[in-house]
Design a protein. Structure first.
Ligand code: FAD
Length: 530
């Protein structure tokens, strides 16, 4: 059996593509996912996110190289390896980014990526249950809702932000991005709405759509420069004549797959004994991510979600409320509130984002902490440092190398330092301070800029938004053209977060689904209807 489209990776982008491309019954679409189906109940119960960090079989569990500016630490980079991809393990925050992000994209990759066009697609995707105005859509497959039961500490964070002279913002995707507020989430009926649940599951009964799970693609098969299919461990899936392979493996795996297939920096491929099909120096380059630092506090009371004997009755009530009504504390997406601010007033737009968690969070949830605490994250939204994905070995089952190159640009550390100070100011504002027993991190004894910079180098982590490693662009040096077509090849596209020509100032799930929709519409316009 051969296919018109073989999509590699059923993540945020892959599920949107599978839906849109298989809408034409004459088109045979195959979606291949390395991970299993999304049956684990912890995926669907939003607070299950805290347990997912321990489930290594649903996660690629990448690690960076020793990061030179972070005391040579290797950072954990979780990525979903399951139906829905990272949208099955993420924090469900619905965020589009700043209009200026897309004006920049339009300059780099053409008018399809300009704000008015992408805004229309965001609205088409959206089924916003709470916000009904011109900024939002009501009829799309992606349900966006307010949190069912925000923790009182999350509301206190918002008040503390206002006391710290930030504006209260009821809609980060509305008139203005700036300010503090509760986040809206991709949930329906109190359950996670991953890209798989929103876009794929409703159309799985289409006879022209084949889903294969637990199958990792090793490389793209070629005849000359034309893609002819994909190689799995012990078989090749062929494309029909004129068909296309679409890589949607995410910002780490898509450049890895290109390089395994002979498309990438020539000298690097030769060093790996991989025949060079197309020398493309930028494959894997341009890696950008949001580096993040936290302030943490131990609390006087028991308002937080905590691991403590006294929490057990609350946990039972929460489980019951979730199972019976899709309500209660376990509908929490953990990162309930947050907002956007400028590291200094001369900035044209916000370059810091907060994520507030009414709980302790250590080591991405992999290390449990007893007691009741809170964690306030702040990240640099517009970092200048750029890293690279490269191959560690030619073995497709091995992890690629990730050099995030955090803080390599001298402007990035001062931005994060300003963010850390602002986060501390919010923690010390009366509305939050009244809950706090002690600041545990960075800890009261760290005050000077030198100490706080050292603390950032010791503790900073990813907030999970790597992008840009198969940059699309108008220029010949870009990895793909503005429609994701890989330069130097035929019948091969990349469509996922790796296409972003520049990192956006916000969370990356909805923008990745928007990218998939935009390119699917271009493809459909070029495909004859039946
Ligand atoms: C812990 C965490 C929290 C986050 N929180 C948020 C949030 O709250 N809001 C937000 O907007 N964004 C969030 N993000 C980011 C967002 O989820 C991602 O940017 C987005 O999901 C990326 O989509 P993608 O399609 O590029 O990749 P993915 O969704 O990661 O999909 C890639 C898919 O391809 C599969 N795959 C890879 N290689 C192969 C192969 N060789 N063969 C077959 N299949 C393969 C993978 O298993 C995966 O299913 C978070 C991310 C993480 C990890």
């Amino acid at each position: 059996m051969s296919f018109d489209y073989i999509i590699v990776g059923a993540g945020s982008a892959g599920c949107v593509l599978a839906n849109r491309l298989s809408a034409n019954p004459a088109t045979r679409v195959c979606l291949i996912e390395a991970g299993p189906a999304d049956r684990n109940p912890m995926i669907h119960m939003p607070f299950g996110l805290a347990a997912l960090a321990h489930m290594r079989w649903l996660n690629w569990g990448h690690e960076t190289d020793a990061e030179a500016q972070l005391h040579h630490r290797r950072l954990f980079w979780p990525r979903g390896r399951v139906l829905g991809g990272s949208s099955s393990i993420n924090a469900m925050i619905y965020m589009r980014g700043h209009p200026q992000d897309y004006r920049d994209w339009a300059r780099l990759a053409g008018p399809d990526w300009d704000w008015p066009r992408v805004r229309a697609i965001f609205k088409d995707h959206e089924d916003n249950l709470a916000l009904r105005d011109d900024h939002h859509g009501q009829h799309g497959p992606l349900t966006v809702s307010d949190l069912a039961q925000p923790n009182p500490l999350s509301r206190a964070f918002v008040r503390a932000g206002v006391e710290s002279r930030l504006a209260e913002n009821p809609d980060f995707n509305g008139t203005s991005q700036e300010g503090v507020g509760l986040y809206q989430v991709t949930q329906r009926g109190g359950r996670r709405l991953s890209s798989a649940q929103a876009f794929l599951v409703p159309v799985l009964d289409r006879p022209n759509l084949t889903l294969i799970t637990k199958a990792q693609v090793h490389r793209v098969a070629f005849e000359g420069r034309r893609a002819t299919g994909v190689q799995l461990r012990d078989q090749t899936l062929p494309l029909a004549q004129g068909g296309e392979v679409i890589l949607s493996g995410g910002a780490i795996n898509s450049p890895q797959l290109l390089m395994l297939s002979g498309i990438g920096p020539g000298a690097h491929l030769q060093a790996m004994d991989i025949p060079v099909l197309h020398d493309a120096p930028e494959v894997g380059a341009n890696l950008a991510d949001h580096l993040d630092i936290t302030v943490q506090a131990a609390l006087k009371g028991r308002e937080a979600i905590g691991i403590a004997p006294g929490f057990l009755p609350r946990a039972l009530r929460a489980t019951w409320a979730y199972l019976l009504r899709g309500q209660g504390e376990f509908t929490s997406n953990v990162a309930e509130a947050g907002g956007f601010a400028r590291s200094d007033p001369s900035r044209e737009r916000p370059n810091l984002q907060f994520h507030f968690i009414p709980a302790y969070l250590h080591d991405h949830g992999r290390r449990l902490s007893l007691g009741y605490g809170l964690t306030l994250h702040v990240c640099d939204l517009l970092p200048k440092s750029r890293g690279r994905i490269s191959l560690a070995t030619p073995d497709p089952m091995a992890h690629p190398r990730i050099n995030a190159n955090y803080l390599a640009d001298p402007e990035d550390l001062p931005t994060l330092l300003a963010g850390l100070k602002l986060a501390r100011r919010i923690l010390n504002a009366p509305a939050l301070a009244c809950y706090v027993a002690t600041e545990t991190l960075p800890g009261a004894r760290l005050v000077s800029d030198a100490d706080l910079k050292a603390d950032i180098r010791t503790r900073a982590e990813t907030i999970y938004h790597p992008v840009g490693t198969c940059r699309m662009g108008l220029d010949a040096g870009s990895v793909t053209d503005p429609e994701g077509r890989v330069r130097g090849t035929e019948g091969l596209r990349v469509v996922d977060a790796s296409l972003m020509p520049q990192i956006i100032a916000g969370n990356t799930n909805a923008p990745t689904m928007m990218i998939a929709e935009t390119i699917a519409r271009r493809i459909l316009r070029q495909t004859p209807a039946t």
